[in-house]
Design a protein around this ligand. Structure first.
Ligand code: ATR
Length: 267
């Protein structure tokens, strides 16, 4: 019997997830469908209820519903709890399992696709909004030596305080010392408005990986990293890897992401 999945968002027409999951399903021989569903802004819960009663097995959740999905889940993974957001729901009888695969996707992209093991590396995370919260726990679990900076420093400090057992350095950009980081991750929304976070350029060297979670356009951060001779990466690999992690949650099968990523890069 064919199993049904979807991504719920608003807007969602631009989503690459249906294509990515169709490629995963074809590659692994999984009998499933995956479609994009736009939920009205006030009716995320009703949309999920309709999917469940239609027999769907799970769904991905994207902007702006990740926090509503977090609240709707009746059981949540540790990575969903720390992200305070859910991007993957698994319907299991009466239980709605909420997970967050964004951070695992980021870590897999950096380690497996870009070949940089994070254990002991100095990693700078820029931003303290939803995108940043989503990736902190997996970065810590990978052994990164983490610094979080934000334009509003108090928010970076508050984020760090949600991990009382971890030695996260947190504050504003101005407090950064002059030594370059091994990895700098842009989890701010500054790229959307073509703005550059106030990052001292000494944070970037030719040995740095500059990673922007955005994809599809060259952000001012990536342009700066280029002038510093840093290695650069956009968020397309993270997109494919978070999808693969969701696919694994649902199907128990890990698809090969390299072929899918190179196919997406071509289109
Ligand atoms: P998201 O879910 O994408 O993380 P968000 O929760 O609205 O969106 O958070 C946006 C993040 O980008 C915040 O960390 C914000 O910094 P502030 O908390 O100081 O607002 C950051 N951000 C947005 N524009 C920025 C800019 N031009 N420079 C630096 N940081 C910026």
């Amino acid at each position: 019997m064919t199993d049904h999945y979807a991504v719920i968002g608003h807007p969602v027409a631009h989503s690459k997830s249906p294509l990515i999951h169709a490629l995963f399903a074809a590659q692994t021989g999984q009998d499933m469908t995956y479609e994009a569903i736009e939920a009205p802004l006030g009716d995320f819960t009703g949309t999920v209820a309709r999917l469940r009663s239609a027999g769907f097995r799970g769904c991905n959740v994207t902007v702006p519903f990740k926090f509503e999905a977090f609240k709707l889940a009746t059981r949540r993974s540790a990575r969903a709890e720390s992200a305070q957001a859910v991007n993957t729901l698994n319907f299991s009888g009466e239980v709605i399992e909420g997970d967050n695969t964004d951070g695992a996707g980021l870590v897999r992209d950096i380690e497996n696709n870009l070949g940089i093991m994070l254990q002991g590396r100095r990693v700078l995370l820029m931003g303290a909004g939803g995108a940043a919260y989503g990736v902190v726990l997996p970065l810590l679990q990978a052994g990164a030596n983490l610094t979080v900076v934000n334009r509003t420093p108090e928010k970076a400090i508050a984020l760090a305080e949600t991990f009382p057992d971890a030695a996260i350095q947190a504050g504003g950009y101005a407090a950064l010392d002059a030594s370059p980081f091994d990895v700098v991750i842009n989890a701010t929304s500054s790229g959307l408005t073509d703005e550059l976070p106030p990052l001292p350029e000494t944070a970037l060297s030719s040995a740095t990986l500059a990673y922007d979670m955005m994809y599809g356009r060259e952000t001012p951060f990536i342009a700066l990293a280029r002038t510093r001779g840093a290695r650069i990466a956009d968020g397309l690999g993270m997109l494919v890897e978070q999808a693969a992690e969701a696919f694994f949650v649902w199907r128990g099968v890990r698809p090969d992401t390299q072929t899918v990523l190179s196919q997406l890069r071509k289109t």
